[in-house]
Design a protein around this ligand. Sequence first.
Ligand SMILES: Nc1ncnc2c1ncn2[C@@H]1O[C@H](COP(=O)(O)OP(=O)(O)O)[C@@H](O)[C@H]1O
Ligand SMILES: [Mg+2]
Length: 422
Amino acid sequence: MRASASAGHQTAARDSLTTSRASVQALLEAAVDGIISIDERGIIQTINPAAERLFGYNAEELVGRNVGILMPPPYCDEHDQYLARYLATGQKRIIGIGREVVGRRKDGSTFPMELSVAEARWGNRRAFVGIIRDITERKRAEEALRQTNASLESAVAELKAKNAEIRAMTQQLWQAAKLASVGELAASIAHELNNPLATISLRIESVLSRTPADDPRRRALEIIDQEVRRMSRLVANLLDFSRRGEEQISTVDTRRELAEAVELVAHHLRKRQIQVVQELTPGTPDIFADRQKLRQVFLNLLTNASDAMPQGGTLTLRTAPTTMDDGRPAVLIEFSDTGIGIPAANLPRIMEPFFTTKEEGKGTGLGLAICRRVIQEHQGTITITSTEGVGTTVTLRLPVRSDANVAPIRNSVVAPDSTKAP
Ligand SMILES: Nc1ncnc2c1ncn2[C@@H]1O[C@H](COP(=O)(O)OP(=O)(O)O)[C@@H](O)[C@H]1O
Ligand SMILES: [Mg+2]
């Protein structure tokens, strides 16, 4: 009875064991993930259908082979050592952790996979079960995301660059607008001054004509007459300046113009003990330009240099043949002073209209703004370099002939200009 009872029990146990084996087998076969078990030497013991599909092998081809066959080099060669080290030292790399590795299919192609390894022990034996998931799709999605990110980043960078460009352009427009309004103001003042000046001029002429040559008052009247003429010229110049597109283009010898401009302020320069050195290279070509406007530029620059050397100094003037960046023949005109110089912080702003460091009533801050505009109208460039306490050099480059000064400009031309520290 006992025996039979016991036999019945054993049968039941065997049945249940068989059932459980069958169910494990069914589970392995149904699993979506690849499942491979290996022994302590790395020899494949079992492999489920999902793993067969993943690696492109039949179970018969793999069972009994080293699991290294499923890895690309160098991992296939390292795996045995890795396993041995784990068995000897317990040092884990994947076991119990899981990570992304690369699998090798039968045809030699590889694929990214997520591998988690569990260790099973019974008695003094152990085995390892690897669960494998193909993550090709996930990787692809990640890569796509990375690429989207990268293109987004470059789009953002592009936007930033465009933004900076627009800001620079706005700044230029703003300056042009300021200059235009200055031009209008100058024009209206000049216009208002024109009539009273004409009246004074006429009166003086008439008084002069009635004053005998030996009259002691005659000298004073002549001086007044001279000064009034000078004011009239100034007003005419101002009107000239404010009327764009009405340039009077002619052939200009820049060396002579420069020498004449120096003549005009010679007295003033001498008083300040400023020595003028003229290095006017012979062979500097004549240019087509508006003489009046050029003279105004020269006078502005001479005045600035003189203001920068209140204790005296040397002003070196140079003219020489040169070329524009695009190779057109040009004339170089340089004003180099040994004055107070310009602080680097001011350098980017000195050509802005109304920027002045001079005391109230001394400077208008318009000199360089006017210079810049005139030079731009002639499609030339103006560059200013300066070292505080050492001096300043203003370099003009004017093309011998430009579209602008051959056919007078109708619209404003924005030519390159620059200010830079040495
Ligand atoms: N040669 C120079 N040396 C030193 N500073 C200069 C020189 N030229 C111009 N500057 C600086 O640039 C400013 C602007 O010059 P400008 O436009 O001619 O106006 P203003 O002479 O009326 O001040 C000056 O106030 C001065 O600070
Ligand atoms: Mg000035």
